[in-house]
Design a protein around this ligand. Structure first.
Ligand code: SF4
Ligand code: SF4
Length: 385
């Protein structure tokens, strides 16, 4: 099955927040002009023939201001109507105004935001006042009918308080989507906040158990994605598919990159929307070749791994950015992926075919018997939504 096509627009790499573990913001970053948005639309018109999802990402995309979105959204949706564009936004919400929220509501734009747990834990790693500012924006978004989901970044410090963080999401009624803090390539001590792969794997198993204990009261999005991809034998989030070519990002000056994570790194520029490059033109760039070399590397290196079909070596950025573009291994989170993939697979096999199925509510369970929720229960819960 073909992966959906995703374009990320980065109006600026600037950000008013100063999260300690940030790897992507850049104070001196320019802001994208409306002329560049028009060029993106003109370029995409002929570049692509399938449906497109467009995400505004950053830095902090709301720094572009209400006028930017008031003009950009009609340009993109009208010029690209043959591609049925849908939009999304990733923002800390600090600069959200009722005026902006109304524009986003008109285009049914779901928002991904970030909160790392209760205020004290969040502000320890994202900076004092962050929680309050994001929650203020959240209230404006809610009042205007916008859907907001939070990503929770776990660092090597906050993972020690995982129970408090889980309970915060549970009690707030927020679905939990987690993200491991990556080594910050802009810091003198890149690993100061990073979550080590072993700890990430254990955290995923912990969250699987907490999710099962509280099924129906919270959604843990990563666990849903992991169970789904094992069951259908295909990745459903970018980390677990061959993202090269199906995801592209456009930076403030119109430069095209393989994904938002590379924006601002000149060595990963594949072209510029002002030149209207075709797919073949982009394929001649070094960055495109490197991304595809990674795919071939994964086919060789992960060939014996039982999870290769729905893991695909993980995220190429994680694998190649820290080594300055040299392919020396797959995504270092491989250890975490193996840990959770093995855990879910073993439990699922046990539920479906093992002796434990009587207890776990698998295919062989007699009707009416009280079943303890297992992986099948997560799959059933997703199927009924
Ligand atoms: S490079 Fe990583 S983050 Fe970017 S699209 Fe690919 S898998 Fe996703
Ligand atoms: S779990 Fe590790 S070895 Fe297996 S496919 Fe993923 S990255 Fe490769």
């Amino acid at each position: 099955m073909k992966s959906p096509f995703h374009i990320m627009i980065i109006p600026t790499l600037g950000c008013p927040s100063k999260c300690h573990y940030c790897w992507s913001s850049d104070e001196g970053s320019p802001k994208m002009s409306i002329e560049t948005v028009r060029e993106i639309a003109e370029w995409l018109k002929d570049y692509q023939s399938d449906q497109v999802t467009i995400t505004f990402h950053g830095g902090e995309p709301l720094l572009a201001g209400a006028d930017f979105y008031r003009q950009a959204l009609p340009i993109l949706s009208e010029s690209l109507h043959h591609l049925s564009p849908t939009f999304a936004l990733q923002s800390n919400l600090w600069r959200l105004t009722p005026e902006m929220a109304q524009i986003f509501a008109e285009y049914h734009i779901p928002i991904g935001s970030s909160i790392d747990g209760p205020e004290e834990i969040n502000d320890l790693q994202r900076g004092k006042g962050y929680f309050e500012k994001t929650m203020r924006g959240y209230e404006i978004a809610k009042a205007n009918g916008l859907e907001v989901r939070f990503i929770c970044t776990f660092t090597c410090r906050s993972v020690e308080r995982k129970e408090e963080i889980f309970n915060f999401f549970l009690q707030s009624g927020f679905p939990l989507k987690l993200h491991p803090a990556l080594p910050s390539l802009r810091s003198n001590d890149p690993k100061e906040w990073a979550l080590e792969p072993e700890a990430y794997g254990e955290l995923l198993v912990y969250l699987l158990d907490k999710y099962l204990e509280n099924l129906g009261r919270i959604e843990v999005m990563n666990i849903n994605d992991l169970c789904r991809c094992i069951f259908i034998r295909r990745g459903t989030v970018c980390t677990f598919v061959d993202c090269m070519g199906t995801t592209l990002a456009v930076g403030p000056d119109g430069s095209i990159y393989p994904c938002y994570r590379f924006v601002g790194m000149p060595e990963y520029v594949m072209g510029n929307v002002y030149d209207r490059p075709t797919r073949d033109d982009l394929a001649r760039s070094d960055a495109w070749k490197l991304m595809h070399a990674f795919k071939e590397y994964v086919d060789r290196e992960c060939g014996e791994c039982p999870h290769i079909r729905y893991c695909r070596g993980g995220c190429p950025y994680n694998a190649i950015a820290p080594t300055n573009g040299e392919i020396r291994g797959v995504d270092p989170h491989c250890i975490a992926y193996k840990r959770i993939f093995d855990e879910i697979t073993d439990r699922l096999n046990n539920e479906m075919f093992g002796a434990a199925d009587m207890e776990m509510g698998g295919f062989g369970s007699p009707f009416g018997r009280r079943a303890k929720p297992g992986i099948m229960s997560i799959l059933q819960t997703m199927a009924t939504k």
